[in-house]
Design a protein around this ligand. Sequence first.
Ligand SMILES: Nc1ncnc2c1ncn2[C@@H]1O[C@H](COP(=O)(O)OP(=O)(O)OP(=O)(O)O)[C@@H](O)[C@H]1O
Length: 311
Amino acid sequence: MLKVSNVCFSYDAKKVLNNISFSVNQGEHIAIVGESGCGKSTLLRCLYGLYDLDEGELAYNNEKILGPAYNLVPGMDFMKYLAQDFDLMPFITVAENIGKYLSNFYKEEKQIRIKELLDMVEMTPYANVKAKLLSGGQMQRVALARAIAREPKVLLLDEPFSHIDSFQKNRLRRNLFRHLKEANITCIVATHDREESLPFADKILVMKAGETLSYDTPNTIYNTPKNKYTAALFGDINVLNKKDFGGYDEELICYPHQVHIVQENGTPATVKECYYRGADYLVIAELTNKQQVFVETKKQFTLNDTILITI
Ligand SMILES: Nc1ncnc2c1ncn2[C@@H]1O[C@H](COP(=O)(O)OP(=O)(O)OP(=O)(O)O)[C@@H](O)[C@H]1O
């Protein structure tokens, strides 16, 4: 188990992490989400032992994770940390980069493992290409393969698919997270992307300004967000008053798919914008009190159409 207890950390005088605590069971996948600058990358770097904490403690199976003041070579052996820069060796091939940390003692096993990893990140055709000739997305895939080559106990990933196009991203995510589950590797991912956190995380850690707001399952965090900040991390949100919809005077946070267009007995709204999104349309409508409402709908509307909505 990875245990994070009351961690505080500052860069010089600037406090970036404030009293962070959570624990992760072996094999669990955690997504760290939060607005840019809230401290996600810093937390990952602390977990890896790259910084000395101001306060608090980090431990893996009761072994303390210590920073550079106590560790000549920062970073822990049983972990791998993949930063936003990929740190590949430019003048050696893709296959050599992936195999860099694999032992040469078991040559045959090494080649089999490299082949398996090349397949997983869909880079087999580039096995003999020098890393410097790759695109950003290709480099990121190689860096991912290299990070898991030796099957760490804990994998720390910072925006691991940020350079990969959406065409490949979903398949790669499924490949990677399936592999990590099968190998019982604990994975902590800092991400902005709901497609990474909701489907693949066992738990989501929501951070704001260096603090933890929530730590729970994706289902609970998404369906019962504690605040607007949390809900907005997953896309457009509505902050409505139930009294505008025939209810009590009470605030309601809801997503566009939770607002429905009805034929009768709804609150009138005027369509101001309508965006095609492939499977549906996003309508931005205005109530008579000028309150803006996001609505997901299968039907296309045009400017100034009147719709009736319920929540
Ligand atoms: N090396 C550093 N020295 C000083 N301040 C830093 C350093 N790295 C990050 N910061 C500051 O610490 C805060 C947290 O940064 P961090 O990179 O951890 O946030 P983040 O949530 O990962 O952001 P993003 O999602 O944009 O990557 C920011 O205000 C940032 O400016």
